[in-house]
Design a protein around this ligand. Structure first.
Ligand code: KG4
Ligand code: ZN
Length: 331
């Protein structure tokens, strides 16, 4: 079976074809157009510009794709920016109609959550740490569509810490990769930044206090190249400390042997290393998709289409849904 995936929920326009035969998944095509140019002057994603760029770019990503071989179309239907969702959805559903193939509406977070099953062929269950630009959650993934939310952010997302700090320091957009690059030259123990909810007995997160503390440091005491590098390194260190602290509580609530990280922040190599050390100390295995598939892409969307087909989920009509909780998908 071959499934076409379309992703347009934020600032990446992406299409992919994933095939599945004899229990083997292969990413046959994966194209991503990243809208960095469109948004960089604004230091963040501008929803209207994102939607327009999706309209502009999406048709070009289909050049030379073997659409006649497709068995189904899977498209991100939420959560995300409504303009972009409408573009991808109209395109995907129209294409499915034209090709006379089933159309699968896809939950973007479920795609992040299940990517490791495409890339690392792992089985359920596992503990998922989802750290993206829009979400920060710890989810007990018991089985397909058996998801239990253990904790989530009460304010900003983990990715926002990176994006907003990069904006304050004029490091460019998107913030995560920019901070990671600068942090390489810094000392992660220079700044003692706040860790909200540290050692508390729940799995929720809060990042707004950290953001405010960073803002104060930037205003007072962060001008030289060295100071900026030290601050970026300290931010990465603090985020990793917060994540591992919350994961230790989660492991008590759901004692899994596998921890999966997903979402754009999972591309950060320093954070990966800290999480890897945490897993070693807790006799767990850390499973992470390749960096390219941690950030938004369409292969993960096609993959959830394949998971739905494999689990005999009938294609349903779900309209673009900007706010959509993962746990609402429970079977
Ligand atoms: O999953 P994603 O591509 O899009 C959403 O669904 O939100 O995540 C984007 C987020 C942004 O906040 C971006 O700054 C962050 O992931 N990010 C990183 C890195 N690469 C992307 N954060 C830290 N280090 C990175 N290398
Ligand atoms: Zn995402």
């Amino acid at each position: 079976m071959k499934v076409l995936g379309i992703e347009s929920s934020c600032d990446e326009t992406a299409v992919a074809i994933v095939s599945y035969e004899n229990n083997q998944a292969v990413i046959e095509h994966s194209e991503i157009y990243s809208q960095v140019q469109e948004h960089k002057d604004f230091g963040g994603v501008v929803p209207e510009l994102a939607a327009r760029a999706h309209i502009e770019r999406l048709p070009y990503l289909f050049n030379n794709l073997p659409l006649h071989k497709i068995d189904a179309v899977a498209t991100t239907t939420g959560p995300g920016l409504i303009g972009g969702l409408h573009v991808g959805y109209s395109f995907g559903r129209g294409l499915a109609l034209a090709l006379n193939k089933p159309f699968y509406p896809i939950h973007h977070l479920e795609a992040h959550a299940l990517t490791v099953r495409l890339t690392n062929s792992i089985d359920f269950p596992y503990l998922l740490l989802l750290i993206s630009g829009g979400h920060t959650q710890i989810i007990d993934i018991k089985n397909f569509r058996q998801y239990r939310l253990l904790g989530e952010t009460k304010d900003d997302s983990c990715g926002e810490v990176f994006d907003k700090t990069a904006k304050m320091l004029n490091l460019g957009f998107p913030g995560g990769p920019a901070i990671e690059k600068v942090a390489k030259a810094g000392n992660p123990f220079t700044y003692n930044l706040p860790c909200p909810f540290y050692k508390q007995s729940h799995c929720d997160f809060s990042f707004s206090g950290l953001k405010t503390a960073i803002k104060d440091i930037v205003a007072k005491d962060c001008h030289t190249k060295d100071q900026i590098a030290n601050l970026c390194a300290s931010i990465q260190h603090t985020v990793a400390k917060i994540l591992t602290d919350r994961l230790s509580v989660a492991l008590n609530l759901a004692p899994h042997k596998k921890i999966v990280i997903a979402g754009g922040v999972a591309a950060n190599l320093y954070i990966r290393e800290q999480l890897h050390n945490f897993c070693m100390e807790n006799a767990c295995e850390l499973v992470v998709p390749p960096v390219k598939l941690c950030t938004d892409n369409a292969a993960m969307i096609a993959w959830v289409g394949i998971e739905q087909i494999n689990h005999k989920i009938e294609p349903s009509i779900i309209l673009p849904t900007p706010r959509w909780s993962l746990t609402s998908l429970m079977l």
